[in-house]
Ligand binder design. Structure first.
Ligand code: FES
Ligand code: FES
Length: 253
């Protein structure tokens, strides 16, 4: 069987670029997701490399994890055939993360998740699949959840990013969502938890509280390998209910 040969000198990361390109093709063949989580207008339209990125009231880029939205997969296959020139030109990109500006030197192809972890130094955002499938890398971009392995760092320039490090207080006080996750035992190994929290936070901060069905739909792009989905949904529902009760109490005063 013919296997495409890697261009000498190009980096070979993870399970291998040709294999990851095949994963992206399979993901595209599975088709686009349906439902409210995919219907918002394009995010990042007009920016280089951006495609129409479906979203909904709850989910942003890569909302249901069914489509690899960056062009990197195409680049990879070209690169593996030895026809593409790898661009190593770095440029300064100003990322606003958790209220602080960080100017990082990245290549145009640097993924947002890599910029956050390797350049900004915030490693709470996890990498699970690196192919827009698992949601472990979810962060908020202008208050919308995005899978940060789906965007290039340059596409996030000028946007307001929030990572899991921004959840909770510096003095150790848990955010109500974190407290609810603890109360409902909504994590086991915890690898998915950062992404689950960020997707949940976008729902939690909305004016109209989501019901259980909507919570499930909005978390559809976040996978838990420990399969603790029921307790995760329970936790988000508990946090939303507590918030509603607190709001009512405040209004009654
Ligand atoms: S979706 Fe980004 S690491 Fe899995
Ligand atoms: S708690 Fe282990 S992957 Fe979700």
């Amino acid at each position: 069987m013919h296997r495409p040969r890697r261009t000498p000198g190009t980096p070979h990361r993870g399970r291998g670029r040709p294999a990851r390109a095949a994963v992206r093709v399979r993901a595209r063949r599975r088709g686009r997701g349906r439902g409210r989580c995919r219907r918002l207008p394009a995010l990042g339209a007009g920016k280089p490399g951006a495609r129409r990125l479906g979203a909904g009231r709850c989910a942003g880029v890569g909302g249901n994890g069914s489509e690899a939205v960056s062009d990197r997969g195409d680049d990879v296959s070209e690169e593996s055939n030895g026809t593409a020139q790898a661009s190593a030109a770095r440029r300064a990109v100003a990322l606003i993360v958790n209220g602080r500006e960080h100017v990082v030197q990245v290549e145009p192809r640097t993924l947002l998740v890599d910029a956050i972890r390797d350049h900004v130094g915030l490693t709470g955002t996890h990498i699970g699949c690196d192919s827009t499938s698992c949601g472990a890398c979810t962060v908020l971009l202008d208050d919308r959840p995005v899978k940060s392995c789906t965007l290039f760092a340059v596409q996030a320039e000028g946007s307001r990013l929030r990572t899991v490090e921004s959840v909770g207080s510096d003095d150790g006080t848990l955010h109500p969502l974190q407290q609810a996750f603890e109360d409902e035992f909504a994590f086991q190994c915890g690898y998915c938890t950062a992404g689950m929290l960020m997707s949940s936070l976008a729902m939690y901060e909305r004016d109209d509280p989501p019901d259980r069905g909507e919570i499930r739909r909005c978390l559809v792009g976040n996978l838990c390998r420990c399969t603790g989905y029921e307790s995760i949904v329970d936790a988000v529902e508990l946090a939303v209910t507590r918030r509603g009760a607190a709001d009512q109490e405040a209004e009654a005063r």
